[in-house]
Design a protein around this ligand. Structure first.
Ligand code: FAD
Length: 629
């Protein structure tokens, strides 16, 4: 196991040990909300893999959904979320998270987030907005986005994420108990050997090029999503699913990894990852076929451009397949120019710089990988399967998003679950302290289990992991020993987009699995070769990191593809061309933790599936683990 080898060396050579009460991995909205809501008596360290502004939270445009309007209700918000989630939302968690929406947005107001306000008509022009210190949720201007039955999305112009993050970063950096460490990459979690308890992380400090061991009483995973496993992606390059893999390796279950949400309208200009906010369609933007000028969504769904994202994304992909242009047109030029400039200043300015005046010209758009609905299984308080390990934000699976996230629910989830963690974590620490002072070590792990209740899932199906023997016996495997890390990474992204994209079928997924297995073998060869050279030259871990990162991404890609392969239906964001219909019982796909050996299971499937499945069945359980590592 290459990865274990690297981790052992990292462990042995650890340069320095650090102590903090709470370690938060990720400085996006989930991480910062947790940190700022925790008691100031706790010392908190927040890690960010790159610069602080490099996170999805910073790029969020549209806004944060909550039932704030007097004509709206929490139950309507829940109903819309459940419809988008297509039968796979965890209903208790959904209700719990959405019910806290108003308090979460109010909390953001109190942190100084400059949300766009409803102009106060009776006041003079220069006093038409309230000072930020007095801002209440009732003052906020709300937009409408796809899948929402009414105006429900609070925003700060069209750069909500940037405004939120700027306000929270100022708060975090000025808090005496919080240390924010950019360019510190967590490599793995520290599990206390006797129990299933998380007590810190191994970290690579890119500034000083050294390894650090952070010891903490609790860890919060807030490391974001995995969009960058795909070629066209809206998320920044830090989002490659590190947290999902660290949690899985530490003993957490993963759920619903196949539900990748593709945003319908990424800007289709070269390699741009710029997103054209859903709010443009919410305000009346229309999608047209560039060649015929036909408004094609009218034929697809009664909600036209405001249908849920998966429906719009598939319709656009279908158009692109036929038109061969690589894009369709999103047109807002029928809306008043002044309104567009005022409400969408960032989009207006960015596109103008690219030569597109949205008040006059249509925007070329194409779907882009955008959001991971699945992740590390948690409850609404962020508790995972591992004691002392919480998770929040896009890395986590609370079940709020089900098979398809309702627009703008994710920022809300970051804040609500982050704040819930901040309430639960002191309880956990106090209970632990009491146990440690009153109980002998031998009784500790049993008693810890009493103060940490792992999350439960409703109906689920276990995902079977692949066998290395099945892949290695394939004589068609051709390994190119000259390929390099950058090339494999680029090819992996292209493969995920083409074979695990908006639509998929068994053949594509099988091909993808074989290809990835081939890269794994190739990587193992390159890796040992390279490590040997590094050892001679006394090189640092920095040289090993790219191998470690790619190995992890290949593993994660397999987990995602296996989840898609073993879901024999189309639901929400998962569309199988060979299984276009829903099965009767919605089930959450669950991957057992790596620490536990996968069990043999009988999955419900038809004959053709059984045939394919038998080709990929486990030769033996140890082999399954070998295959995935
Ligand atoms: C372009 C775009 C627009 C969006 N618009 C909206 C919107 O309008 N409304 C909405 O609700 N949602 C929106 N989303 C989704 C939403 O922004 C994200 O789901 C949410 O911000 C995720 O927050 P997070 O805190 O979980 O992760 P992020 O904000 O992505 O932060 C992840 C953090 O983890 C760190 N990290 C990752 N790996 C490691 C590691 N190994 N070690 C240390 N640190 C690590 C990163 O450096 C980063 O600091 C949008 C997403 C994108 C990409």
């Amino acid at each position: 196991m290459k990865e274990a080898h690297i981790m052992d060396r990292t462990n042995n050579n650890a340069d320095a040990a650090k102590q903090t009460d709470v370690l938060i991995i990720g400085a996006g909205l989930a991480g910062l909300s947790t940190a700022l809501a925790l008691p100031t008596s706790l010392s908190i360290t927040i890690l960010s893999k790159a610069a602080l502004e490099v996170c999805s939270s910073h790029y969020a445009q549209g806004g944060i959904a909550a039932s704030l309007d007097k004509n709206d209700s929490v139950s309507d918000h829940i109903a819309d979320t459940l419809i988008a989630g297509a039968g796979l939302c965890e209903t208790d968690n959904t209700a719990s998270i959405l019910s806290a929406g108003q308090q979460a947005v109010q909390w953001l107001c109190e942190q100084g987030v400059p949300f766009t306000q409803i102009p106060q008509e009776h006041k003079q022009q220069e006093h038409r907005t309230k000072p930020l210190t007095e801002l209440q949720t009732a003052d906020l201007h709300l937009t409408k986005e796809g899948g929402h039955g009414c105006r429900r999305v609070a925003h700060a112009d069209d750069a909500t994420g940037r405004h939120i993050m700027e306000a929270l970063i100022i708060k975090a950096q000025s808090a005496a108990n919080i240390t924010v460490l950019p360019y510190h990459e967590a490599l793995s979690l520290l599990n206390e050997s006797k129990g299933n308890q998380c007590q810190g992380a191994l970290v690579f400090d890119h500034f000083n090029q050294r390894k650090l061991t952070f010891h903490s009483h609790a860890v919060v995973l807030a490391s974001g999503g995995l969009g960058q496993l795909f070629k066209r992606a809206s998320a920044p390059n830090v989002c490659v699913g590190d947290g999902v893999m660290m949690a899985w390796q530490a003993g957490c279950r993963l759920a619903n990894l196949e539900f990748i949400q593709f945003h319908p309208t990424g800007l289709a200009c070269g390699d741009s990852s710029f997103l054209i906010s859903e709010a443009l369609r919410g305000e009346g933007g229309r999608l047209y076929c560039p060649q015929t000028g036909k408004r094609f969504m009218l034929d697809v769904d009664t909600r036209a451009e405001l249908a849920p994202r998966d429906i719009v994304a598939r319709a656009i992909a279908e158009q692109i397949n036929h038109n061969g242009l690589g894009y369709v047109h999103l047109d807002v030029s029928h809306l008043p120019a002044e309104f567009l400039r005022e409400h969408f200043p960032q989009i207006y300015k960015t596109l103008l710089e690219l030569g597109i005046d949205i008040t006059k010209q249509p925007i070329p758009v194409a779907p882009t990988a955008h959001y991971s609905c699945g992740g590390v299984v948690t409850d609404a308080n962020g508790l995972t399967d591992v004691q002392g390990l919480y998770a929040a934000g896009e890395v986590a699976y609370t079940g709020l998003h089900g098979a398809n996230r309702l627009a703008s629910n994710s920022l809300l989830e970051c804040v609500v679950v982050g704040r819930n963690i901040a309430t639960d974590l002191p309880r956990y620490l106090a209970a632990m302290e009491k146990l440690e002072t009153t109980l002998p070590n031998s009784h500790l792990s049993q008693s810890i289990r009493d103060i940490w209740t792992p999350p439960t899932l409703r109906d689920s199906q276990l995902i079977t992991l692949p066998s290395s023997i099945e892949y290695e016996s394939d004589t068609n495997i051709h390994v190119n020993m000259n390929a390099d890390i950058t090339e494999i990474t680029a090819k992996l992204k292209a493969l995920m987009t083409s074979h695990m994209g908006i639509t998929r079928n068994a053949e594509q997924l099988e091909q993808a699995l074989l290809q990835i297995r081939q890269w794994q073998q190739q990587l193992n060869y390159c890796n040992s070769n390279k490590l040997a050279i590094d050892k001679k030259d006394n090189a640092t871990t920095l040289n090993e990191l790219p191998y470690f990162q790619l190995a992890r991404q290949l593993q994660l890609a397999i987990l995602i593809i296996q989840s898609a392969y073993q879901r024999y239906e189309s639901r929400g964001g998962h569309y199988r061309k060979d299984y276009p219909n829903l099965t009767t019982t919605p089930r959450t796909s669950v991957i057992e933790p790596l620490l536990e050996k996968p069990k043999k299971q009988n999955l419900c499937c038809d004959k053709s599936v059984k045939k394919i499945q038998s080709q990929f069945s486990l030769a033996n359980q140890d082999d399954a683990l070998a295959g995935i590592c």
